[in-house]
Design a protein around this ligand. Structure first.
Ligand code: ATP
Ligand code: MG
Ligand code: ZN
Length: 473
């Protein structure tokens, strides 16, 4: 098996072929298969590093109820970061953190490292991309120049593991980034799938054996996937993405996968001159630059994990000049927009076939909840009719294909957050809350999409809405 040979490896998913292919059969990517020279390795499974032995070693099996003496988690001290990891770093766990170039990965990780070091833990920060002077400069700018973080600019994984294993194992080791690391056990060039996978494997093995929590920084490709192998995502304990667009100053940390915690929590930060500042109340930030009194905007009372988040949904519905009207959406699921539009046509009596539709979630937040349906529908109807929605009202509820508005979870929490931020009114299904209480005096229960359209149309005096005659079934 140790014979040197060339293999062809998909740089996107890690599939291995024995000849070049224009299109990867495993993931369907075009031009992703690249020739890599190196020791032959099995077509499936992990990279072979040890020769197989004829006879296995017998190891003792342990009971589930064994005693674990160490505290299970080490909080980083940055509340928004800990919220995403599920309360801090688990001993020996490996976190992959991905994000666009320049989004602030190195910045947030330097802040986490310094915070942990201030708590008396040993922290090592290995940069494969920047010189030590650059890392120091950043730390100084962040006001963390005096933190006891141990630095190195290294890329050889064997050297790194040997250094980390010396003395007391660090509580945290940051590897910035995994794409720059290379291991001697693999002959391919750094940055290739095989190298990234081999390096990650060596670092993961170190984390598990020494109990050090390891953070791997990963670059992200244009389509938002962590570059290189998806395989690394399966190998690590948690995958966290750092999002936000560079035009906005806030950044969102979101767990995509987490073996030790929830995956629906987000951490919100604001990029400032002094690094990333935590945002304990994101709703205030998302609603800060709202236009009052314009048609086409609705405030959605959403939930991100256990935390209610209020955000503005903006819609623009305008007559099209093209044969096929445009549908564009930022921050929401395009197929949900299509569904809401179809329901508005079929059950709300709206005619949208000759209109371009644009939908945007303000501030760069990405919403995945179906509860946003009603807010999106309200913004769309408002834009079409030219009637601004009441400025003190939030909207939430799932829209069914029949036009019925279905109740959503955690209604009381949403209503409470809305009331706290100065929205005394709500349009939602079952606005009374789960136990029949009425947390908001102005909360109006809504049962059907037609009621929403009728309610907004009633306010739209100046310009009549292009309504179809509604067919009663
Ligand atoms: N002097 C400065 N003042 C304010 N903000 C700065 C300053 N220097 C850098 N920044 C901000 O920090 C961001 C870069 O952060 P950082 O280097 O942590 O990103 P990164 O995600 O690690 O990028 P890369 O993928 O290149 O490693 C810049 O986009 C900028 O917004
Ligand atoms: Mg960086
Ligand atoms: Zn592939």
């Amino acid at each position: 098996m140790a014979k040197h040979q060339t293999s062809f490896v998909c740089q996107s998913c890690g599939a291995v072929y024995n000849r070049w292919k224009g299109r990867c059969e495993a993931c369907g990517g075009w031009n992703t298969v690249v020739e890599e020279t190196g020791a032959a390795y099995p077509l499936a499974g992990p990279v072979a590093t040890r020769p197989s032995r004829a006879k296995g070693r017998v190891f003792p099996l342990e009971g589930l109820a064994g005693a674990t003496h160490e505290a299970p988690r080490t909080p980083s001290g940055l509340a928004e970061f800990d919220r995403v990891t599920g309360g801090g770093f688990v001993r020996g766990s490996v976190i992959l953190i991905g994000g666009d170039p320049g989004i602030g990965k190195s910045t947030v990780l330097m802040q986490v490292s310094a915070s942990l070091a201030k708590g008396g833990h040993r922290v090592v920060y290995i940069s494969g991309e920047e010189a030590i002077a650059q890392v120091r400069l950043r730390a100084e700018r962040l006001g963390l120049g005096d933190a006891l973080v141990e630095l190195a600019a290294e890329t050889n994984v064997e050297d790194i593991v040997a250094t980390l294993a010396q003395g007391k194992p660090p509580a945290l080791a940051v590897i910035d980034s995994i794409q720059t690391m290379w291991t001697e056990t693999v002959e391919s060039a750094p940055g290739t799938v095989t190298q990234v996978r081999g390096s990650a494997q060596a670092l993961i093995r170190f984390a598990k054996s020494c109990g050090t929590a390891v953070i791997l920084v990963g670059h992200v490709t244009k389509d938002g996937q962590i570059a290189g192998p998806r395989v690394v995502e399966h190998m690590v304990d948690a995958v966290v993405s750092f999002e936000g667009d560079t035009g906005h100053h806030f950044r969102i940390l979101r767990a995509v996968k987490n073996r030790f915690g929830p995956t629906d929590e987000i951490g919100v930060f604001e990029m400032t001159d002094h690094g990333l500042a935590e945002v304990p109340n994101p709703s205030e930030l998302f609603l800060a630059s709202r236009d009052h009194g314009t048609a086409g905007t609705a405030v959605f009372a959403g939930m991100e994990g256990t935390r209610p988040v209020l955000v503005e949904i903006q819609a623009l519905v305008a007559p099209t000049s093209l044969g096929t009207p445009r549908r564009a959406v930022v921050g929401w699921d395009p197929s949900r927009l299509s569904m809401v539009l179809a329901v508005l046509e079929a059950h709300g009596g709206l005619k949208l076939g000759m209109h371009d539709v644009y939908l945007n979630v303000a501030g760069g937040l990405r919403i995945s909840e179906p509860a946003a349906d009603l807010a999106a529908a309200a913004a769309l109807v408002s834009s079409l009719s030219g009637a601004p929605l009441p400025a003190d009202t939030v909207y939430f509820g799932e829209v069914g294909l029949s036009g019925a508005i279905r109740p959503v979870a955690q209604t009381p929490a949403r209503l409470k957050e809305a009331a706290k931020l100065g929205f005394p009114n709500a349009v939602a299904p079952n606005a009374r809350g789960d136990k029949g209480e009425r947390p908001i005096p102005g909360a109006a229960s809504i049962g059907h999409i037609a009621d929403l359209v009728a309610g907004i149309a009633a306010a739209a005096r100046p310009r009549p809405m292009p309504l179809q005659r509604r067919r009663e079934g």
